[in-house]
Design a protein around this ligand. Structure first.
Ligand code: SAM
Ligand code: DTB
Ligand code: SF4
Length: 329
């Protein structure tokens, strides 16, 4: 690829044949060219002043068997987080109602599990059906799925399954050793096969190098079809997790990753995810300019803080952003 700006027509069509070299050319372009190209691609496929709002709930917190080096919910690290059992259905539905009242159109339920156990399927399906019946989009993130489980979740009313690749394949062993990259891809294959929307992304600021960020974006863009939703998280450093001492990521690098994601996956929802609590309004504005069009709202992500409702309302007002409505059926 030579001149990014001469290529907007071609870039605006999703393609699953990206090479790392091409991705690097986009990612490392002069910043103004990169942002201009990302915003141009963004405007072809999305409403530029609309941002989708999702809200998270941790339905089962802590005590997880995996050793993800960024996560305070792993049983391998002593972070002081109190583990709890799977929440009761009524409590989940009342949290979903508050989320809907606050303007979220998608409710995302997360569990600190390595995998979904058959004994928990019925309870999770009831939560999905209950939230769907309230007229919200549904998303869950429950760890690995085995044969048939994605179909069961879809039949209960699931719209999206979140399962992140987190980093580039060559960087994976540094971050997590209790599962493999291929395990992740296998679950994502089952999700796609079941006809669910795929939500998969990663975390930046874990001490990875730039080529790992480019590698992650390339893996995501190579999926065919590309994921419907790509969350880009900035590491929320939690004390006593192995990666909490990572050097904080330069803001320009983060914005470059958002812009490259937008260009490489033109039709995808690019989700400005964890880490907004640490970001200025100007930084978030740059992320929207670079093509981010979805955020998590509510004072808590799963276990860590997120901007308050009134702060996000003020940000939307200041930037002239409207919350995206529910998509028409
Ligand atoms: N246990 C399931 C799993 O890992 O797939 C679902 C819950 S897990 C908390 C969901 C995602 O949150 C992870 O894949 C990771 O990308 C993100 N995440 C977890 N801790 C984070 C942190 N401290 N900072 C940023 N993102 C984080
Ligand atoms: C995703 O990529 N980010 C969200 C959602 N998917 C599940 C989770 C962020 C969690 C941040 C740490 C916490 O609050 O526990
Ligand atoms: Fe468990 Fe998910 Fe945390 Fe990994 S990220 S330790 S799988 S809750």
């Amino acid at each position: 690829m030579t001149d990014l700006l001469a290529d907007i027509d071609r870039l605006s069509i999703p393609r699953s044949d990206w090479t790392r070299e091409e991705a690097a050319t986009v990612y490392r372009a002069p910043f103004s060219d990169l942002i201009f190209a990302a915003q141009s691609v963004h405007r072809r496929g999305h409403k530029p002043n609309e941002v989708q709002k999702s809200q998270l709930l941790s339905i089962k917190t802590g005590g997880c068997a995996e050793n993800c080096g960024y996560c305070n919910q792993s049983a391998h690290f002593d972070t002081g987080l109190k583990a709890s059992k799977l929440m009761a259905l009524d409590d989940v539905l009342s949290a979903a109602k508050s989320a809907k009242d606050g303007g979220a159109t998608r409710f995302c339920m997360g569990a600190a599990w390595r995998e979904l156990k058959p004994r928990d399927e019925a309870a999770v399906c009831d939560m999905i059906s209950g939230v769907k019946a309230m007229g919200m989009e549904t998303c869950v993130t429950l760890g690995m799925l085995g044969d048939g489980q994605a179909d069961t979740l879809r039949e209960a009313g699931l719209d999206y399954y979140n399962h992140n690749l987190d980093t580039a394949p060559e960087d994976y062993g540094r971050v997590i050793s209790t599962r493999t990259y291929q395990d992740r891809l296998d679950t994502l294959g089952r999700v796609r096969e079941a006809g669910l929307n795929v939500c998969t992304g990663g975390i930046l600021g874990m001490g990875e190098d730039q080529s790992a960020r480019i590698g992650l974006l390339t893996e995501l863009a190579l999926m065919d079809p590309q994921p419907e939703s790509v969350p880009i998280n900035q590491l929320v450093a939690v004390e006593n997790t192995p990666l909490s001492g990572s050097k904080p990521l330069d803001g320009v690098e983060f914005v470059r990753a958002i812009a490259a994601a937008r260009i490489m996956m033109p039709n995808t929802e690019v989700r400005l995810s964890a880490g907004r609590e640490e970001m200025s309004l100007e930084m978030q504005a740059l992320c929207f300019l670079a093509g981010a069009n979805s955020i998590f709202v509510g004072e808590e992500l799963l276990t860590t803080p997120n901007p308050a409702e009134h702060e996000d309302a003020q940000m939307f007002e200041t930037l002239g952003i409207e919350p995206a409505p529910l998509p028409a059926e």
